[in-house]
Design a binder for this molecule. Structure first.
Ligand code: FES
Length: 223
């Protein structure tokens, strides 16, 4: 396996030739916010727009999940142009999500909490007007609960269900603010093609897909 030598945030690191910047950074202990990337997905969707970094010689920030590493590349994950884009994207995203971490089964494991901490911003943004969708929660699966209100539309669950597992129980419907992950015909997950493998739950970066067992733990904790 050929490797390349590059610099990320002043640290000399090696990465597999052809690797994306995102994985090279994460593998070397350098965090870059990300919601939609999956390592085995060869064509990144680049949907969340949170992985912007600055690359020496490039006039504009690039998405780390789509850009390939190069020999002697110099990357700055904390450059002002990249950070401005990431912070704005994150705050915009949070303006359409409910924030109730204390009652969420993903509390402390949620990628949104990690990103907010990394960026030094609050989950409850004041910069943009809050606009919530108030969609019904689907608890028809025997194993997990789907709360579309907490979905960031990263597409990980859809891709895993369809491409990695070949099941295709989940897909996207509608456009713009109405866009949602749902089943064919919008039927309850428990009545769909879903086989309860729960790979989608494991991949979900937020509290949109959570195990019923973990919901019980949260409720139990609250007494
Ligand atoms: S991880 Fe790069 S755009 Fe989402």
């Amino acid at each position: 396996m050929k490797t390349v030598l590059l610099t990320i945030d002043g640290k000399k690191v090696t990465a597999r030739e052809g690797e994306k910047i995102l994985w090279a950074a994460l593998d070397n202990g350098i965090y870059i916010p990300n919601l939609c990337a999956l390592r085995d997905k060869e064509e990144p969707a680049a949907a969340c727009r949170l992985c912007f970094v600055e690359v020496e010689g490039c006039s504009q920030p690039v998405t780390a999940c789509t850009e390939t590493v190069d020999e002697d590349m110099v990357i700055n994950t904390k450059g002002p142009k990249a950070l401005r884009l990431v912070r704005t994207g994150f705050e915009l995203l949070m303006s359409s999500l409910p924030v109730d971490c204390a009652h969420c089964a993903k509390n402390t494991l949620c990628e949104l909490q990690k990103i907010a901490h990394h960026l030094g911003v609050k989950l409850k943004t004041k910069r943009f007007k809050k606009l919530l969708r108030e969609l019904p929660i689907d608890s028809s699966s025997p194993v997990f609960i789907y709360d579309p209100n907490k979905c960031v539309l990263c597409g990980r669950c859809v891709w895993i269900c369809r491409e990695r597992l070949g099941i295709g129980a989940l897909g996207f419907a509608h456009r713009g603010f109405e866009r949602v992950v749902t089943t064919f015909g919008d039927e309850p997950i428990g009545e769909s093609k879903c086989r309860d493998c729960s790979e989608c739950v494991v991949a979900c970066p937020t509290g949109a897909l959570t195990f019923k067992a973990s919901q019980g733990i949260v409720k139990g904790n609250l007494g």
